[in-house]
Design a protein around this ligand. Structure first.
Ligand code: S3P
Length: 168
């Protein structure tokens, strides 16, 4: 069974690289944010607004737990590492790839991504958002088996680098 989980901050390219990996390896692409939205039939901004972040995190943990034996490329939300339970679960997956991008570039990408509204970006000052970014780095490092910088390279190049490193 082939299984690659992608983790990293908002805007790190998890979905984009996930698509490319899924195409090259001919594996299904599973997106935890999408599964959450389908489960409750609401968008992420709606879930945050109506029920709050903690409810979203509960759903996130449930969805991740349901994917343990799932073959494919699993693209996660940036906050997947926030709970002890999800961090433990992530250790059960075959490969966990941490995509890193410098903060300034992430902000540019998030601002340009009008299709994906991120409540945590919209509800925080840039300074506080940067604190969130900084506080998460060690969590991504702790759960990942491989770390790859996703800046200045083509999507295909990064995807092939991941394939080489995980040896699938
Ligand atoms: C979040 C990241 C988002 C989404 C939600 C919360 C986070 O996913 O799950 O807005 O806490 O980092 P992306 O990383 O795909 O933007």
């Amino acid at each position: 069974m082939q299984q690659i989980v992608l983790v990293g901050f908002m805007g790190a390219g998890k979905t984009t690289i996930g698509h490319e990996l899924a195409t090259i390896l001919q594996l299904p692409l599973i997106d935890t944010d999408q599964l959450i939205e389908e489960r409750v039939n609401q968008t992420i901004p709606e879930i945050f607004e109506q029920y709050g972040e903690s409810y979203f995190r509960e759903l996130e943990a449930q969805v991740l737990a349901s994917l343990n034996d799932q073959e494919g490329i699993i693209s996660t939300g940036g906050g997947i590492v926030l709970q002890e339970a999800t961090r433990q679960q992530l250790k059960n997956f075959q490969h966990v790839v941490y995509l890193t991008v410098p903060f300034k570039e992430l902000v540019t990408r998030i601002k340009n991504d009008s299709q994906n509204l991120r409540p945590l970006f919209l509800n925080h000052t840039q300074q506080d958002f940067q604190k969130i970014y900084e506080s998460r780095a060690s969590l991504y490092e702790a759960v990942s088996t491989i770390e790859i910088e996703n800046t200045g390279k083509m999507v295909e190049t990064i995807a092939n680098e991941i394939i080489d490193r995980v040896g699938v």
